[in-house]
Write a protein of this length. Structure first.
Length: 622
């Protein structure tokens, strides 16, 4: 409670200082009309979108350098990335609106990425380097009609950095930081991140090549009396090239190789109690993609095709080796009839293979259609349908209807929106044929999601929205002694509130709150209450400071020593960030302090969480 009071005083004092400095010149800042893409695949003004879309811009990413991609996403409403506050190599749980990893789809440059050999068939965000990312859009709620299997609670659409328009440009970033627990504040350099990028444009040819590495040492995954260090290391290589064949035809190709290795702790025999062990986990992915595009009058045809090879190994008393491959093709035609009517018709094909006791595979062949109608009197409709054709589970039709209505208010708009959408989540190869508790007779999950909300925004820099969501799940896949379908439906509901204020020059305030509740049963590690707030201030053209607050309410977790569920106490965290640009904005120095008050808490029962830590960074752009 004392820490919360301290935060309130700091925020109030900081706001008053910023207001006092700018009160004489509190000119309203005109905001550009925000454009969103992911909910329709067309560039639409936010006021014409009927979905809840979070947009993380390049500017916001630059003001969070030193963080991981999961730490940044974890500050947004409706999202809990469990494990992002623990030891660096900790498994990540994507709990969006009370869902789990297999209900979240990740796209990189518009192409679906996942791991068919892993239990949740998800993409591991630990593989990514935030410094290679241009922007992120997150659609919350069901989006299966546009994006297919697994897009039941969220789609995380990650766009990597684009080439400079100069002949050649380069960027270098280096971050050195601590990695310490609440009980051992030694402030030794234990975290090292580096990234270098060379990119440019030569006539109609664009190129970008980057390399990054991250090494973190210093704390143990298991919280014990005599902890040993569990280091994490990762490196990333990326190459993207593009060529504009003509005004109508262009092609982009890219490849990446990402690998990380982390020490983990486990459950050694004969006690099978959680303890410090010398276990290891290694994951590597090679991905190659090509995306040709043909533009014609009123439309375009695009093909996104990618091949991914995955190798993972767990070295422990229960070790395993996984090999997997996936081939994904998404071909679609976008056509604009006029300024009011937009359509997409497409075909999504995917082929997934993984080796367990034998090689197993399945395919999806999904035709889909989506239409967008934007009237001149405020009514907007986004509707679509997809026929999921699964080689093991037959055909399932999913559909969505997403109307909204906006009216102009005070140089802005007020909007009411709603959504009714179904989704289909097929069992993955690991659940059907894997090493631990497979069940080839599993049924697919089927979800129905209902949303309704309000949003107000004006050009003076103020935006406020709220949304209620309700999701009913049938045949939820659970694990007991093996994987099986739950015999009863599960219903998750809740609401989110977001606010953004930019009315005072150089001062930005953002806040969000999420309430999530499972009507029947228990779900682990999902807080009923979660809140985030940030206050950023540009002291001058080149100097920026922010303070960030996060509250996570009580959660239920399992004690693996007793296999009984326990309640984890709520906690609050405060982070600081500072940056300053020098030498004609070519060089930026930045620093951050996380968990400022050294809060001691459990994120995952029995696992170590990070105490107060400091990062110092340098970013050079040439």
């Amino acid at each position: 409670m004392k820490k919360t009071n301290v935060l309130g005083i700091l925020c109030l004092g900081y706001s008053l200082v910023g207001f006092a400095q700018k009160q004489a010149d509190s000119t309203k800042v005109e905001q550009l009309k925000e454009v969103v893409v992911s909910d329709s695949r067309f560039k639409l003004k936010r006021e014409n979108s009927g979905k809840t879309v979070i947009k993380i811009s390049q500017k916001e990413i630059e003001r969070n350098q030193g963080r991981t991609i999961s730490e940044l996403i974890n500050t947004k409403s409706g999202i809990e990335i469990n494990g992002s506050r623990s030891v660096e190599g900790q498994n990540l749980g994507y709990f969006v609106r009370g869902g789990n990893n297999r209900q979240v789809l990740v796209l990189i440059d518009g192409i679906q990425v996942n791991d068919p050999s892993i239990v949740a068939n998800d993409f591991d965000l630990r593989l990514l380097d935030l410094n290679t990312v241009e922007s992120i859009e997150i659609i919350k709620g069901a989006a299966s009609t546009l994006y297919g299997n697994a897009a039941a609670t969220a789609v995380i659409n990650i766009t990597t950095k684009k080439s400079s328009k100069d002949d050649i440009s380069a960027s270098f970033l280096s971050v050195v930081g601590t990695n310490q627990t609440q009980d051992d504040l030694n402030y030794n350099g234990s975290s090292f991140t580096n990234n270098v990028s060379v990119n440019g444009t030569a006539n109609k040819f664009t190129y970008l090549a980057s390399f990054g590495n991250r090494y973190v040492d210093g704390i143990s995954a298991a919280k014990s009396d005599n902890p040993e260090k569990d280091p994490f290391s990762r490196f990333n290589t990326n190459l993207k090239v593009g060529y504009e064949i003509s005004d109508a035809i262009s092609i982009t190709a890219f490849g990446s190789y990402d690998k990380f290795k982390t020490d983990i702790d486990g459950f050694p025999p004969p006690t099978f109690a959680f303890a410090d062990t010398n276990d290891e986990y290694i994951s590597e992915q090679s991905r190659f993609a090509i995306a040709p595009k043909f533009n014609y009058t009123n439309g375009s045809v695009q093909i996104n095709a990618a091949f991914t090879k995955i190798d993972r190994e767990t070295i422990s008393a229960f070790g395993s080796t996984n090999e997997a491959e996936s081939f994904v093709v998404d071909a679609f035609n976008k056509y604009t009839f006029n300024e009011s009517f937009y359509t997409i018709i497409g075909l999504n094909y995917s082929d997934y293979n993984s080796v367990f006791a034998a090689e197993e595979s399945f395919t999806n062949t999904d035709p889909y259609l989506n239409v967008v109608y934007i009237s001149d009197f405020g009514l907007n409709i986004n509707a679509g349908t997809r026929l999921n054709n699964h080689s093991e589970h037959g055909s399932h039709l999913v559909y969505s209807l997403n109307p909204s209505y906006s009216i102009p208010v005070n140089n802005g708009y007020a909007k009411v929106f709603g959504s009714y959408a179904t989704s289909f989540i097929a069992p993955n190869l690991s659940q059907l044929f894997g090493f631990f508790g497979p069940n080839p007779n599993l049924k697919p999950e089927e979800n129905v999601t209902i949303e309704g909300g309000l949003e107000f925004s004006n050009n003076s820099g103020f935006r406020l929205n709220g949304v209620y969501f309700n999701r009913n799940e049938e045949h939820t896949i659970i694990y007991t002694t093996n994987y099986e379908n739950a015999t009863t439906d599960a219903t998750v509901h809740g609401f989110e509130v977001e606010a953004e204020l930019n009315t005072i020059k150089d001062l930005t305030i953002r806040a969000n709150y999420t309430f999530t509740e499972l009507k029947d049963g228990v779900r682990l590690r999902i807080p009923k209450h979660k809140a985030n707030a940030s206050l950023g201030y540009d002291f001058c053209k080149n100097t920026f400071v922010s303070i960030n607050y996060q509250f996570v309410g009580s959660r239920t977790d399992t004690n693996f020593s007793t296999f009984a569920n326990e309640e984890l106490a709520s906690f609050s965290l405060i982070d600081l960030y500072f940056s300053h640009k020098i030498i004609k904005n070519k060089v930026k120095l930045f620093a951050s302090v996380t968990n400022l008050f050294n809060e001691d808490y459990f994120e995952i029962l029995g696992y170590t969480t990070k105490g107060r830590n400091v990062n110092l960074g340098l970013n050079i752009n040439l």
